[in-house]
Design a protein around this ligand. Sequence first.
Ligand code: BGC
Length: 246
Amino acid sequence: MKVLGIDFGGSGIKGAIVDTDTGKMLTERHRIITPQPATPQSVADTIQQLVKHFNYEGPIGCGFPALINNGVAMSASNIDKSWIQVNAEQLFSATTGMPVFVVNDADAAGIAELRFGAGNGAPGVVLLLTIGTGIGSALLNDGVLLPSTEFGHIEFKGDIAERYCSDAARERQQMSWEKWGKRFNKYLLYMEKLFSPSMFIIGGGVSKKMDLFQEAITVNAKVVPATLRNQAGIIGAACYAADRTK
Ligand code: BGC
């Protein structure tokens, strides 16, 4: 099935048309800068611009950077606080005139990596972490996703983990990759202690930079970049929409 997949991130809102049976993107990825503040209507309007860009009609999947419950945003750590309790599915569907299905962004990446990427066929517990403006998580066991985990919000080093070692924290505090890598490793060691995954999959922007911090990583588990790199969110969101329309 051909579905428009969208990834709503803290800095960019990206989309592409995806073949959900093969996990391949059928178009180039198109990126629009996330409006500031990222209020519900301004994000909905940006999504409408993506729909127009692709001249697209049909179901849409959207990865969303917060906790989502039945299409409703339940948290807003890195987006405008006015999102809380907004039904994103209804708002995006009303603005675009298309059926839009909304899923947590890290869960979307988890779905994509599970079907078409590094998690495909991986046995046991796999923990995918998307590192960007925040830290998102997707926990997989023998190919099954436990949805809505929020391991970026686990308390760590006196704050929540994403304020300690997200990519935004690295930029904000102008950390070298070496320094950030050491911090990220401490977080991975803690996750390993709690969940004993056999593999960590690293998604988000830093997945393209792994050679810059790989040396700092000392966990026993394998640590691999998301095979689908920063496209995992788009591909997974499209798959989520395809599943919901079946
Ligand atoms: C949110 C998560 C999201 C992650 C990555 C966190 O701040 O709470 O729901 O997956 O950022 O965008």
